[in-house]
Ligand binder design. Structure first.
Ligand code: LLP
Length: 422
């Protein structure tokens, strides 16, 4: 699933740059991103958009490095944010607040004020209580808040329960049955301007059906709301498209969108303004994490391969039992013998849940480098300092050039915010 990471003369490269050289220069663990892969992922969406009115709002929670944001901003993308902090990152990266939509169930008044003052495109409002608070915050500022209501379409995205968001028992969005009433109420609020409707049904979705179902449910509501004389300016279908971590075969972004537009056409909505909020599918397979084997620890039942990356760097296996492909940076010259031991690849953190891969066939020795693939999304952005571990460095490769886009944290960085009680 990662054609921009490939072996050349037995050495794993990101585009034209060998990962071994990057690890030697910048240390490990090291996140390496391929710019060509980012471009290809964006192009995959654009391929389905000819003749359509679609704005891509990159869901930056997937990877919020400033250089990654700038890359998407320069290509005309907006952003889907979920905090004031993410808005600050968009602005720092030179992004346009007018191309920002603000999702999330728990926006604070301070975050609302900040976003209103910056002039974001739209608040994706997730509850009736939030709508009231937003109305009052906007009125206090003498502004009108642009709003889309996030509707929970109650479709099953058939993904991991922790990352499915569009079922009625999830905390996200306004229940489909209540949505019409909330739109009617919103239309009466003086400091609210209705701009659109949105939904987001989950993440790592690998089939088309939930998208088509959600679109139908959304269009039903658009018809009902507009029949009440309330115009819906845009239809935001959220993100969620999956990537290949192992053997998943998610739909191609362009092909999926052609189908969705065919459905919208059939219902007379094909020329509406659409928004999408993809995260993982734009960045996930554009990144790998390079880690060094610290120790091999053979056991009676289990063999452990202890590496210098851990759950604080790559939290997805510990949190969701997620699978990430792990491969040697330098291919062994001999093929893997059939009786080669299987390793659990684990990190140094003091938790049994600190594993990156289980039962992996690897030909490794102490000091070898391994690459953990599909680490462009929800890895560095979810990294922590648990065990007082400085967060890894990040580099962006473009052809044969490499830019450090985040330096490795220092121990001083980690202690800087703390003071000692006298
Ligand atoms: N829009 C909204 C409102 C969202 O909540 C999300 C993700 C997205 C867009 C982008 O979804 P994507 O295209 O990346 O699937 N940490 C988890 C994933 C959490 C997704 C949260 N919401 C993981 O590592 O699998």
């Amino acid at each position: 699933g990662a054609p921009f990471f490939h072996y050349h003369a037995g050495e794993l490269h990101a585009e034209d740059v060998p990962l071994r050289a990057l690890a030697e220069a910048h240390g490990t663990p090291l996140f390496v991103y391929s710019q060509a892969a980012l471009q290809a992922a964006l192009d995959a969406y654009l391929a389905g958009f000819a003749g359509r009115n679609v704005a891509v709002h990159y869901a930056m929670k997937a990877n919020s490095n400033l250089s990654i944001l700038r890359f998407f901003a320069e290509r005309g993308c907006g952003f889907d944010i979920v905090s004031g902090g993410e808005l600050a990152r968009v602005l720092a990266a030179g992004g346009d607040a007018a191309k920002v939509v603000f999702s999330g169930v728990g926006k604070t008044r301070a975050e609302m004020r900040f976003a209103l003052e910056q002039g974001i495109a739209c608040f994706n409002v997730e509850s009736e209580a939030e709508l009231e608070v937003l109305n009052s915050v906007a009125a206090e500022l003498g502004l009108v808040a642009p709003v889309s209501l996030r509707v929970n379409p109650d479709v099953d995205p058939q993904t991991h329960p922790y990352i499915s968001t569009g079922l009625k028992n999830n905390k996200f969005g306004i229940a489909h049955d209540r949505a019409l009433g909330v739109f009617k109420h919103a239309a009466t609020l003086p400091a609210i301007a209705i701009k659109g409707i949105d939904c987001h049904i989950g993440s790592q979705i690998t089939t088309e059906a939930p998208y088509l179902d959600a679109l139908d449910r959304l269009l039903d509501l658009v018809e009902a709301v507009e029949a009440e004389g309330i115009a819906i300016g845009h239809i935001d279908c959220g993100g969620g498209l999956g990537i290949q971590y192992r053997d998943e075969q998610p739909p191609q972004a362009g092909a999926l969108w052609q189908k969705l537009f065919a459905r919208a056409d059939a219902r007379g909505f094909g020329q509406r303004q659409f928004l999408i909020e993809p995260g993982r599918s734009l960045v996930g397979n554009a990144g790998a994490c390079v880690t060094e084997v610290l120790y091999l620890k053979p056991g009676e039942d289990k063999h452990f391969c202890i590496v210098d990356a851990a759950m604080n760097d790559l939290p997805r296996p510990a949190m969701y039992e997620a699978y990430h492909t792990i491969a040697p940076v330098c291919k062994a010259s001999a093929p893997l013998p059939p009786d080669a031991p299987l390793y659990d690849v684990v990190g140094p953190v003091c938790e049994s849940g600190d594993w990156l891969g289980r039962d992996r066939a690897l030909q490794v020795a102490q000091g070898d480098l391994l690459a953990v693939f599909s680490a462009g999304a929800y890895s560095m952005s979810m990294a922590s300092n648990y065990n007082t571990r400085p967060r890894a460095a990040e580099v962006l490769v473009h052809g044969s050039t490499c830019h450090i886009i985040r330096r490795r944290e220092t121990l001083e960085d980690l202690l800087a915010a703390e003071t000692m009680k006298a």
